[in-house]
Design a protein around this ligand. Structure first.
Ligand SMILES: Cc1ncc(C[n+]2csc(CCOP(=O)(O)OP(=O)(O)O)c2C)c(N)n1
Length: 376
């Protein structure tokens, strides 16, 4: 296995002066190392992967140096537009190194949302004309990096390092998680599920939130009927908006994460301008990308009341324990929406947390059954 430090130092020695990206579980040890060593401003966790590509473009133009942009391969979709119409040799020709975690690699068992993306990752890069090399535990990292930098010197455009599962040796983050409250996400979700009614339509966000919602339904002896946004991170609130527009009489509860909300924050003013009256947007704020290793988001110091109200939401409440959560819910539940309920939680989850046992399509059918009143 490759010690994260080794790759980090190697990249620095080849002219990488900035690291930027969105964390990935497969790259978690590397991301943690970068985070611990980027206090001097040489590391930025961006809201989405396209932002990181753009940041790399600006950094290169300002310094002549290069930025390493890390991401899960799911994030390639967010990056494709700035890669194709900004950094590409047919446009501005802006060099940068992409470091892409290869979830769903063919032959490696993974969750349904990663299978297609894993299969097409190398093909997507080829189609974009981005030279790429694969890095794995047994790779000669120096040789691979040198080949890639030779490609970058030749094209003066983006190149990619595609990283296989279990490539990096363990690295324990030195960062101390700052808890926004003592409530766990699972406690908050349990409290919220108890407050919702059987007629409410629930859409939950990517990562452990949806895994916990799935398990809580089992534990509560209730049928699965919530839409679990296992892929498409950042789009949960837009899915919820679509549901709210389609079913204006039903209460729609969007269970969002702070990383997810920030990824496509532009959805909020659109929700605010359309004013779906029965939409409750719940933000489970742990100020971290907890599902993929706990790397921080900017949400620890953001005034979500100002964002919500400034975006046209009708109200905002904040809660930090089950009692205040119940009180805030009571105040908001019949409020003319949309409303934002910010639930401050601590980072962390059960070690034995499982994954949905039903397929994504089964989940969709269960949700549609609840929405259309055809549930068995
Ligand atoms: C486009 C995209 N980028 C990155 C990921 C990897 N990913 C899955 S969950 C997650 C963190 C989500 O953070 P947040 O919404 O704050 O929820 P938390 O995990 O803290 O509950 C990330 C980065 C992804 N699935 N899709």
């Amino acid at each position: 296995m490759i010690p994260p430090e080794k790759l980090y130092r190697l990249l620095q020695s080849r002219g990488i002066g900035l690291f930027a990206g969105v964390p990935d579980s497969l790259l978690a040890n590397f991301c943690a190392y970068v985070d611990d060593n980027g206090e001097d401003g040489s590391h930025v966790i961006t809201a989405n992967e396209g932002n990181a590509v753009a940041l790399a473009a600006g950094y290169h133009m300002a310094t002549g140096k290069f930025c390493a942009v890390y991401m899960q391969n799911s994030g390639l979709g967010n990056a494709i537009n700035p890669l194709t119409s900004l950094a590409d040799p047919e446009v501005y020709r802006l060099p940068m190194l992409l470091i892409i975690g290869w979830r769903g690699e063919p032959g490696v068992k993974d969750e349904p949302q990663h299978v297609k993306q894993g299969r097409v990752t190398l093909g997507q890069l080829e189609l974009l004309g981005v030279p790429c090399r694969v890095l794995e535990a047994g790779s000669d990292a120096e040789a691979v990096v040198d080949e890639l930098f030779a490609d970058m010197a030749r094209t003066n455009a983006p190149v990619a390092l595609v990283v296989r599962k279990d490539t990096f040796a363990k690295y324990k983050s030195l960062r101390k998680a700052e808890s926004l409250s003592d409530m766990t996400r699972e406690q908050a979700l349990d409290t919220l599920l108890a407050l919702t009614g059987s007629d409410d339509l629930i859409i939950s966000t990517t990562g452990k939130t949806s895994r916990e919602v799935f398990e809580l339904r089992v534990r509560r002896g209730e049928a699965q009927r919530d839409f679990l946004t296992v892929g498409g991170m950042g789009h949960t609130s837009s899915i919820a908006l679509g549901v709210a527009l389609g079913q204006p009489k039903r209460r729609v509860v969007c269970l969002d994460g702070d990383g997810s909300l920030l990824m496509h924050l532009g959805a909020m003013p659109v929700i605010g301008s359309l004013k779906p009256a029965r939409l409750i947007h719940v933000l489970l704020n742990n100020a971290a990308h907890e599902s993929v290793g706990g790397q921080p988001t900017a949400a620890g110091s953001i005034d979500f009341a100002a964002i919500a109200l400034g975006s046209g939401y009708a109200a905002h409440r904040v809660a930090g324990d089950p009692a205040s959560l119940r009180a805030a819910w009571r105040e908001l539940v019949d409020h003319q929406g949309p409303v934002l309920l910010e639930v401050r939680i601590k980072a962390g989850s059960r070690d034995d947390l499982g994954r949905p046992t039903s397929s994504a399509e089964e989940n969709k059918r269960a949700f549609m059954g609840a929405a259309l009143g055809t549930a068995s």
